[in-house]
Write a protein that binds this ligand. Structure first.
Ligand SMILES: CCCCCCCCCCCCCCCC(=O)SCCNC(=O)CCNC(=O)[C@H](O)C(C)(C)COP(=O)(O)OP(=O)(O)OC[C@H]1O[C@@H](n2cnc3c(N)ncnc32)[C@H](O)[C@@H]1OP(=O)(O)O
Length: 199
């Protein structure tokens, strides 16, 4: 096991990586199923017990951050990270990115609108990948979101991201999220390249 999560991760062989992605995909499906159903008490309690048993089974294979696959599988949907909505990148360079995503019932806030906290999560993922493309490790220093309209769930959304300016360690990025012709959110952020030893 390596001591730093910034160090090269021990990625899985293809069979293990693909199997893990199936596990994460099933977890995403479960999150949606739990969110969008109203089971009777005995069913909810029985499923809760089953899920505790599943978690217990997985605990046997616990690893530290540097060896976990969740979030580290860059070539798999959503980096095999169930917290972040899956982004489908259709164009990516070191300065610009475009793609699509679809939010689901798990991301619902109220009345058809995605939870307001999910939108910065999406932008942080888009911008973090962009700022880190062909550049050293960096972290979000600020992230400002303008909510222009509600962001619907269950529809294809288009995202953009662009590096506007690089000033020393500072990388300024902007981006948008659109539902068809309607821009539903815009954001701008600053990423700062980490100095040696910064976590
Ligand atoms: C195979 C393995 C895969 C591994 C997987 C890869 C994943 C690949 C995809 C990742 C996709 C997700 C990406 C998530 C990215 C995060 O979400 S990171 C987590 C959220 N962010 C944080 O936790 C950061 C917390 N803050 C910090 O650590 C520090 O404040 C920072 C940001 C590193 C900056 O601290 P510092 O290095 O001491 O910088 P400092 O010298 O103070 O400032 C540098 C410059 O930036 C300016 N600045 C700093 N902060 C600010 C601010 N808030 N506002 C304005 N200016 C600022 C300063 O004024 C200064 O400007 P100049 O004087 O140079 O002109």
């Amino acid at each position: 096991m390596t001591s730093s999560a910034w160090a090269a991760q021990t990625l899985a062989d293809q069979e293990t990586g693909t199997a893990f992605e199936h596990l994460i995909g099933s977890l995403r499906g479960l999150q949606d199923s739990v969110t969008s159903t109203r089971p009777p008490a005995e069913v909810a309690l029985a499923i809760a017990a089953e899920l505790r048993a599943v978690a217990h089974r997985l605990d046997e294979f616990g690893v530290g951050e540097a060896d976990q696959l969740a979030g580290a599988q860059m070539d798999y949907p959503g980096r095999s990270q169930a917290c972040v909505p899956v982004l489908d990148h259709t164009a990516q360079s070191a300065d610009e990115v475009r793609g699509t995503l679809q939010l689901s019932r798990f991301h619902l806030g109220r009345n058809g609108a995605a939870h307001g906290g999910v939108i910065p999560l999406v932008f942080d993922e888009i911008f973090g990948r962009l700022a880190g493309t062909d550049r050293p490790r960096c972290r979000t220093a600020f992230l400002h979101v303008d909510y222009r309209e509600i962001t619907p769930i269950g529809r294809r959304l288009d995202f953009t991201g662009r590096v506007e300016r690089v000033d020393g360690r500072k990388i300024f990025v902007t981006g948008s999220l659109a539902d068809g012709d309607a821009v539903v959110a815009e954001a701008d952020a600053l990423f700062v390249v980490l100095r040696e030893g910064q976590p």
